[in-house]
Write a protein that binds this ligand. Structure first.
Ligand SMILES: Cc1ncc(C[n+]2csc(CCOP(=O)(O)OP(=O)(O)O)c2C)c(N)n1
Length: 266
């Protein structure tokens, strides 16, 4: 499968998972598909056949409510069977609604309570340095999640320790659960903030694979923050930039409409 087909397949999986489980956060998932694709197919040194290799790079999805996107990407990359995706967020199912590192191979950290992933990632990055490992650590956070004070504590810590093996990607889709991010707690100066905390910063289109790849691979002397401009609900016209799709789940008619549109998105 080429890149377009893989992106299509991941989005299709997400739509189906959300529909069958009647669960929330479809907009949050669709905004990070290209970022996850580039990480898992182009950047991360990971091996589905050896998922806990001590030398592997690590990725943490700190905004754990985007779990369906990570499960779908991991299945696409071969970490586990795509059949497991049918067991997302259903009673007794294998894949919990928020990320559980014990559920399937490939999940590095259980998440869902926002604000913790970057601190955990900083700990992993410093551990890699102590072990003289070349492995890198990547953390994806939401823009609303950046309202959490713990993010900024981790940001201070990471630049103090010059963690040049740590990268945070901010999914700047400008919406959170109950409103526009810049209205809830203003993040307009988000790049300046990360710079002021001593991070190397990049600003990219978070749906352009080449831009994502280039920013992720730029050599760094300090921790790196990538502000990825994204669209919540990306790829489905009636979901894009619509707050309601933080919580709504597509019914049968909406699912079919979305799947038809997804064909156009290819
Ligand atoms: C500590 C904590 N507080 C509140 C929530 C509830 N919650 C789930 S998603 C969400 C909004 C997150 O917005 P953002 O980080 O911008 O991610 P997006 O869904 O827009 O991708 C909130 C507040 C949570 N999961 N954890």
């Amino acid at each position: 499968m080429n890149e377009i087909e893989k992106l299509y397949s991941i989005r299709k999986s997400i739509l189906n998972m959300m529909h069958y489980s009647k669960s929330s956060h479809i907009g949050s998932c669709l905004s990070i598909v290209e970022i996850l694709y580039v990480l898992y197919f182009k950047v991360l040194r990971v091996d589905p056949d050896s998922p806990i290799d001590p030398a592997r790079d690590k990725f943490i999805l700190s905004k754990g409510h985007g779990s369906a996107a990570l499960y779908a990407t991991l299945a696409e990359r071969g970490f586990f069977s795509k059949k497991y995706l049918d067991e997302f967020y259903v009673n007794g199912g294998r894949l919990p609604g928020h990320l559980d590192m014990s559920a399937v191979p490939g999940i590095e950290v259980s998440s869902g309570s926002l604000g913790h992933g970057l601190s955990i990632g900083a700990g992993m990055a410093i551990a890699n340095k102590l072990a003289k490992s070349e492995a890198r650590v990547f953390v994806l956070v939401g823009d609303g999640e950046c309202n959490e004070g713990s993010i900024w504590e981790a940001a201070m810590f990471s630049s103090h320790h010059l963690l040049d093996n740590l990268t945070v990607i901010i999914d700047y889709n400008k919406l959170q659960g109950f409103g526009e991010t810049n209205e809830v707690v203003n993040q307009k100066s988000i790049i300046n903030r990360w710079q002021a905390f001593g991070w190397e910063t990049y600003e990219i289109n978070g749906h352009e694979s080449k831009e994502i790849y280039t920013a992720l691979n730029k050599k760094q002397l300090a921790p790196k923050a990538i502000i990825a401009h994204t669209i919540k609900g990306k790829g489905i016209s009636f979901m894009e930039n619509k707050l309601e799709w933080h919580y709504k789940s597509p019914n049968e008619e909406q699912l079919n409409r979305a799947l038809i549109e997804l064909g156009d998105f290819q």
